[in-house]
Write a protein of this length. Structure first.
Length: 172
């Protein structure tokens, strides 16, 4: 998905730089656990409230120790100056739906009968020549269904909707 959107991963160049990122998150995790313990919070819903309040306080009220600015204000200034790596989202061509980007991607080769094997079952893919390689885009519709959008040569050629239960088993 990141490759489709032209997003690169940048790794920390040193253990020290990595620590600068991890330290605030470790502090946040510790603080939330301590707060929940002190306030007798035992459900995820209540813990999420504590997390949301802390994230709001950090982003909109706390002056950052390194930059000397409130993070939300610093971000707004950077955007106003055009000094931000954030850019508007554009759906990459040839895709026409977010379902084809924000999904799991895989590929299969059609057998001599124009069928692919998926989750232990065979499914016929019409209008595609045998032995062609197709691109599968697996999109979770809800907790029980997955939509499989099948692409070849930058065109969607077929769609399947299958019960998610078929995909529960992982084979290595």
């Amino acid at each position: 998905m990141l490759r489709l959107l032209n997003v690169d991963v940048t790794y920390a160049l040193s253990p020290q730089a990595k620590g600068n990122i991890e330290r605030p998150y470790r502090w946040l995790q510790d603080w939330i656990v301590r707060t929940c313990a002190l306030e007798g919070i035992s459900s995820f819903e209540e813990a999420r409230t504590v997390l949301k309040e802390e994230v709001n306080r950090y982003n909109y009220h706390q002056v950052h120790s390194t930059t000397g600015e409130i993070p939300a204000v610093r971000f707004e200034k950077a955007q106003a100056k055009g000094n931000s790596l954030f850019r508007p989202f554009n759906l990459p061509k040839p895709y026409t739906s977010l379902k084809d980007v924000f999904c799991m991607h895989d590929s299969r080769t059609l057998n001599g009968y124009r069928k692919i094997s998926l989750a232990g079952q065979e499914y016929e893919i019409p209008k595609v020549d045998p032995r062609e390689i197709v691109e599968l885009h697996l999109y979770l519709i809800d907790a029980s269904l997955v939509e499989i959008r099948i692409w070849i040569n930058h065109k969607m050629v077929h769609t399947l909707t299958l019960p998610l239960a078929k995909f529960r088993t992982v084979h290595f």
